[in-house]
Design a binder for this molecule. Structure first.
Ligand SMILES: Nc1ncnc2c1ncn2[C@@H]1O[C@H](COP(=O)(O)OP(=O)(O)OP(=O)(O)O)[C@@H](O)[C@H]1O
Ligand SMILES: [Mg+2]
Length: 1010
């Protein structure tokens, strides 16, 4: 119940009336109407009164103020209802429909346009191009359909002469994705005849006053509605709308929708054809119709893409096939020709209208919709159908229209009154029954099989022979004599308001309507000579051809009798009601305040009548006694359980009902609800609003909670995966290690028996974890391998081996030539082979020196060159023992010239070349510079490695440091404490190595260049 307007404007919801009676209802309606409040609620039903003046309540700011609001938050408005229908559709993915009812001129079409406008305005905030164009077409389709389907009547200047039900499809995001229009029974008789003061369909006048000169000329028309029989009646009518402007708007709309220029041309060609047809006169020539004015035939032929003669023949003759297949042409009487012409004009217009609807549907139909991908497709249906009408002269069309309104009233009763009350009973809610008039009896009067008026009418049409409208009336009088809602002059002879043998009356829910029986049979049969169908099918214009597909049937083909107009209409109404009943309905009940189309005047009698027949008082009573909202306990819980600590996340109570009670009690709504067997009933929507609000506030927290839980789940899952990965990795590593060990074992299993003890066996590359282990293993293996090699070396060879190892270590690969491949004799001077005849002499001297200087062993001896005091190269002998180094004169019985204790030796320098230069560095900085001489036959034999080896080995054993330096060519040294350099110089022609003084104060060792 809207509370935003103060009481000065009356009660915004009729439910709030102090007493529910007609006086108060009308007083409130009138007060609000006079204060410019044209909308009032009955719960969720909007009662709308036609203001007959432009209102400032439809602007974008108003739309914005209703957007997303609950119904009762803002003053009553169509926008609030549209929003509620949209929200309900979005919230629960349910189809909804908005049923707009009321009599002709009450404002249904206007209401439907405002509703569509609102839905279009609030959807697609991101302005998606495809959605925008769908909305555009949906809105523009109104303009086109109104031009072709609306006309000025005595009740309404823009009366819908067809029924329209439009479905708007939405995707799961709530964006319009398309739609579909169902049209119902166009009042086509208007094309050829209008009541006094009424007009033909707008489009004819729009064309005649708005069409450009060239267009009119091409159509052969004059800008004068008075000049055409079909528009003459309406030519003098004043209308509020501007035909000229509207013509342009319709053209624009057709282009926006996607009509091609050719299609638009075909449409206007048809309108021209119809206007020309109206002017075709038939003259009597011996009871046969003839046409004198052949120009008009030519014009029509040109417009419908046919031959003049074909048009003439179709209008004057009927092709008849005999039972034996013979075909002949039967000429029409003038009467028949006129009938045929009018039927043709009506059919042309009806087909055109249906084709336009189909064409629009083709554009707006939802294409490529895949529910799996796009989510559920939901629908809002908007029904704007001709209102209940009572004219001075009511015919077949009014009968159908009023039957349609009976059906819709029945639906209203069904949904709002009956089902509601039944539900309270079913759910065991205490309830006082409210009486209402159920119009089912009138619906039955019209549509009941065998007994209803439609059945009787169809029966009459089925009869071959000359059954007349009057005979049909007689049958009705006979069969319906006892029906309380049917009467006629014959059944009620005193009632002079009905004509004898012409009128019958139905007591509709909305009032008594007297129908004139004339034309009922013809309109129901709706006959059209096949010749016209063939004429149109053979048109050269593909658009026209498409409208008349059955024209291809040959003359002799027997077609099934088509269903009658009334049956077709009844079926479409049944389907419509079914469609509406399957959706959640929202109602707009339109009231026409006066018949004079006058703003501010509220005719109480007229309004009282409408309030009565619309059942609005009953609606208020049911609503007041009832509940605004109901929901099964489980669903209610599901939606609101987060608002109560006892129900979130799950309740522990015995039933959902108790849980719902807990929610209701926690919020203090105890007095606002009733508990049914399976549903909770909520009296006022405010309670729901509060719950919704609370829910809305809690949703972000719940989402955060869900995110937290989900993130935790993801993290745990990731953790499990990682653990598994590590377990797999550990197993794999284990496997790799084992496999590696197995491989090593396999490769090295037999190395003991190999000739090289496995030296050539390649090691498998180890997994990373075993890299350092493998290095150690390889080291151990090398030691083992060395052990195997060394094991076989005799002890006498060991000193040599050690010396070689020591030499290798100290040289570190920096000297290429170091004599490792030969046997190291070491004590060359003592050897007969190398020392020659002096060997015995040397051995004796060495022995003496051993006892004298107490050294234990000779490490090395050989001949050398040295530099003497005068810087001259001299030959000497070198003896290296484990205590001293002796320099001796070989030619003087190995007289000791100098001895250097090994304890003062700090290092040895050699060159990287092949020369035999050796510098022995001492602590006293008086270094010994010598050049070793080859022993025996080979002068060039290398002894540097051997000397280095024995010295290094000795120093290693006594654990004393020995600096060994390998220089490229020049060696720095000290001589008597002074810094000197000895360099090596290769000289061709030099026979043996010899020292000489260099220019800088150092020495040069000249060596032979080979
Ligand atoms: N909300 C409104 N504001 C201003 N004028 C309105 C409004 N509703 C209706 N009217 C006026 O009333 C006229 C008739 O309204 P409308 O055509 O909607 O009636 P209807 O119920 O559709 O009638 P019918 O059953 O004959 O089609 C409109 O042409 C317009 O002039
Ligand atoms: Mg209308």
């Amino acid at each position: 119940m809207a509370e935003l307007d103060s009481l000065e404007f009356g009660k915004s919801d009729f439910v709030l009336l102090d007493e529910v009676n007609m006086e108060q209802f009308l007083a409130n309606l009138k007060l609000r109407f006079q204060k410019g409040r044209i909308y009032t609620y009955i719960g969720e039903v909007v009662v709308s009164v036609n203001p007959y003046r432009p209102m400032e309540i439809y602007g974008t700011d108003v739309i914005a103020s209703y957007r997303g609001r609950e119904l009762y938050e803002r003053p009553p408005h169509l926008y609030a209802l549209a929003d509620a229908a949209y929200k309900a559709m979005k919230r629960s993915a349910k189809d909804t429909c908005i049923v707009i009812s009321g009599e002709s001129g009450a404002g249904k079409t206007e209401a439907s346009k405002y509703i569509m406008q609102y839905i279009a305005a609030i959807t697609n905030p991101s302005q998606k191009q495809e959605v925008e164009s769908i909305k555009d077409v949906l809105l523009k389709s109104n303009c086109v359909l109104e031009a072709f389907g609306n006309a000025k009547t005595n009740r309404n200047d823009n009366s819908s002469r067809f029924g329209k039900y439009m479905d708007i499809n939405f995707n799961f995001n709530g964006e319009p994705t398309g739609g579909h229009i169902n049209n119902y029974l166009l009042e086509k008789s208007r094309v050829v005849k209008q009541q006094a003061g009424e007009r033909n369909f707008h489009t004819f006048y729009q064309l005649l006053s708005g069409g450009c000169e060239e267009m009119l000329e091409a159509l052969g028309l004059h800008r004068d509605a008075n000049g055409y029989r079909f528009t003459r009646e309406g030519a003098i009518c004043n209308t509020v709308s501007d035909d000229k402007l509207n013509h342009r708007a319709v053209l624009r709309a057709m282009r926006v929708i996607g009509f091609s220029d050719e299609e638009i041309q075909s449409i206007y060609n048809l309108l021209g054809t119809i206007l020309h047809l109206g002017n075709v006169e038939f003259e009597n020539d011996e009871d046969m119709a003839v046409i004198r004015d052949l120009d008009v035939m030519e014009q029509i032929a040109c417009l419908i893409g046919s031959e003049t003669d074909a048009v003439r023949r179709a209008l004057l003759y009927r092709t008849v096939a005999t039972g034996v297949g013979e075909v002949f042409n039967k000429g029409h009487s003038p009467e028949e020709a006129r009938f045929g012409r009018d039927a043709f004009a009506k059919a042309l217009y009806e087909r055109l209208f249906c084709w336009i609807v189909r064409r629009i549907n083709h554009v707006i139909e939802v294409k490529d919709y895949d529910p799996a991908r796009h989510g559920k497709n939901t629908v809002i249906g908007v029904l704007d159908i001709y209102g209940f009408e009572i004219f001075d002269n009511n015919s077949f069309e009014q009968f159908c229209i009023n039957y349609c309104n009976e059906k819709l009233q029945q639906l209203f009763i069904e949904l709002i009154l009956r089902q509601e009350q039944q539900e309270y009973q079913r759910e065991g809610i205490e309830w006082q029954h409210i009486d209402y008039f159920n119009n089912q009896i009138i619906v039955d009067l019209v549509e009941q099989p065998h007994k209803g008026i439609i059945a009787i009418l169809d029966e009459a049409c089925l009869n071959v022979g000359s059954v007349t409208d009057t005979m049909f009336l007689d049958t009705m009088d006979a069969r319906l004599i006892r029906h309380p809602h049917y009467t006629s002059r014959k059944l009620c002879a005193t009632d002079k308001t009905m004509e004898f043998r012409r009128d019958f009356r139905i007591r509709h829910y909305a009032g008594d309507v007297t129908y004139c029986i004339e034309g009922f049979l013809d309109k129901n049969k709706d006959p059209l000579f096949q010749d016209f169908k063939r004429l149109m099918f053979n048109s050269s214009d593909p658009v026209l051809k498409e409208m008349w597909p059955e024209g291809h049937l040959s003359i002799t083909e027997v077609t099934k009798r088509p269903q009658t107009a009334a049956t077709l209409f009844r079926n479409s109404m049944v389907a419509l009601v079914e469609k509406l009943a399957s959706k959640e309905p929202y109602y707009v009940r339109c009231i026409k305040p006066n018949d004079a189309k006058c703003p501010l005047a509220l005719d109480e009698v007229r309004c009282r009548h409408q309030v009565e027949y619309l059942g609005l008082l009953e609606n208020v009573r049911v609503r007041r006694a009832g509940f605004a909202y109901r929901q099964p306990y489980a669903r209610f819980l599901l939606r609101y359980k987060m608002t109560c600590e006892y129900t979130w996340p799950n309740h522990l109570m015995c039933s959902d009902r108790e849980a719902v009670e807990a929610i209701v009690n926690q919020h203090g709504f105890q007095n606002d609800v009733a508990y049914g067997i399976s549903k909770v009933f909520v009296r006022h929507p405010q309670m729901l609003y509060q719950l919704e609000q609370e829910r809305l506030n809690l949703i972000p927290i719940i989402i955060l909670f869900l995110q937290k839980v989900w993130r935790g789940t993801l993290a745990r899952r990731r953790c499990r995966q990682m653990r598994a990965i590590y377990a797999i990795m550990a197993c794999f590593k284990h496997h790799k290690v084992k496999a590696h060990f197995r491989e090593v074992e396999r490769r090295f299993a037999n190395v003991r028996n190999m000739s090289d003890y496995g030296k050539s066996v390649p090691w498998p590359s180890p997994p990373a974890v075993l890299r350092s282990f493998q290095e150690n293993t390889q080291y151990l293996f090398r030691r083992w391998w060395a052990r195997q090699i060394i094991k076989n070396i005799p002890p006498s060879h060991m000193p040599e081996v050690r010396a070689k190892v020591a030499a290798m270590e100290v040289l570190q690969g920096e000297r290429m030539e170091w004599g490792h491949s030969r046997t190291w004799e070491r004590n060359y001077l003592a050897s007969i082979k190398d020392g020659g005849p002096l060997a015995g002499q040397f051995t004796k001297v060495a022995k003496d020196l051993q006892s004298k200087d107490a050294y234990s062993a000779v490490l090395f001896s050989c001949l050398i060159h040295k530099v003497n005091r005068f810087n001259k190269s001299k030959e000497r002998a070198l003896l290296v023992t484990d205590a001293l180094i002796y320099k001796m004169e070989p030619r003087k019985k190995f007289k000791v010239l100098k001895k250097v204790p090994l304890s003062v030796v700090t290092g040895v320098s050699v060159t990287s070349g092949r020369d035999q230069l050796v510098v022995v560095h001492t602590v006293q900085k008086d270094d010994m510079v010598i050049c070793l001489q080859g022993a025996g036959a080979d002068e060039n034999e290398d002894h540097v490695g051997e000397l280095l080896g024995v010295l290094a080995d000795h120093f290693k054993r006594v654990k004393k440091p020995l600096q060994v330096a390998v220089r490229p060519s020049a060696i720095p040294l000290h001589m008597c404490g002074k810094q000197r350099t000895v360099s090596v110089e290769k000289r061709s022609g030099q026979r043996q190595s010899e020292f000489s003084k260099s220019r800088g104060g150092g020495f040069v060792l000249r060596v032979p260049d080979h």
